[in-house]
Design a protein around this ligand. Structure first.
Ligand SMILES: C[S@@+](CC[C@H](N)C(=O)[O-])C[C@H]1O[C@@H](n2cnc3c(N)ncnc32)[C@H](O)[C@@H]1O
Length: 221
């Protein structure tokens, strides 16, 4: 598989980190869905088991409007659409979105995928208070907490009052915590709770799966 190696020192701002991620996933998009499929592979937990648990935490309902931020090849978005949710998905990588469109071809649930856009977490292309649920997985760990908090505020903006934000974040001792940019900068769960509360998001549920906390927050009115 063709791999893109990060220059972590270059990831000083969320803009340079996003640019690198766009390049990385454009290069790796064709092979992405094959990563960790074998239970003996070290990425199996992260790529197969964790998404299953994440979908349970999202708990999608029929006709619910769900925004999937940084959707990648759509492995999770497709499961949400199968359950009847109205899915809106965006990603910064054209390669990943092309693969998502390929994965969607000729499927009965395709009608539930309402919109696919190329966009960035820095500026989510939807109006305030639009979605019942906003979700993001496997992405925020690539950014410094100071930077991803900006994304969190954007996600909260497009969430309806009383809507849910469902995300995952690494913890320092986990595999992702160790290899990610955040290694020494991962926030503890106490810090996460405090910082998110300051922007109007209250932690309602936490599951620790694989390398990450999977977290469900409710938006205050
Ligand atoms: C590890 S993949 C996870 C994909 C998907 N969420 C999943 O769980 O399979 C990370 C994704 O984040 C996307 N991404 C990175 N930075 C982004 C940004 N600033 N805005 C939108 N998408 C971004 C990448 O293009 C890539 O598709």
């Amino acid at each position: 598989m063709k791999k893109y190696i990060f220059d972590w020192k270059e990831k000083k701002s969320f803009k340079s980190a996003s640019k690198q991620l766009e390049k990385k996933y454009d290069i790796e998009s064709k092979e992405y869905d094959k990563i960790g499929l074998n239970p003996k592979n070290s990425w199996y937990e992260e790529m197969v088991l964790a998404p299953k648990e994440f979908i349970k935490l999202i708990n999608p309902k029929k006709n619910e409007k769900i925004l999937y931020c940084a959707c990648g090849t759509g492995r999770i978005s497709i499961e949400l659409a199968k359950k009847g949710a109205k899915v809106y998905a965006f990603d910064i990588s054209k390669g990943m979105l092309n693969k998502l469109k390929e994965n969607l071809r000729d499927k009965s649930f395709k009608k539930n995928v309402i919109e696919i856009k190329k966009a960035s977490l820095e500026e989510i292309p939807y109006k305030d208070d639009s979605f019942d649920k906003v979700v993001c997985r496997g992405t925020l760990d690539c950014f410094h907490p100071k930077h991803y908090l900006k994304f969190i505020k954007e996600m909260k903006r497009v969430l309806k009052p009383n809507g849910y934000l469902i995300i995952d974040l690494p913890w320092p001792q986990g595999k992702l915590g160790k290899i990610s940019y955040n290694s020494k900068k991962c926030w503890s769960i106490v810090e996460i709770k405090k910082r998110f509360k300051e922007v109007g998001l209250i932690l309602k549920k936490k599951n620790d799966v694989g390398t990450c906390h999977q977290l469900r927050f409710e938006r205050l009115k």
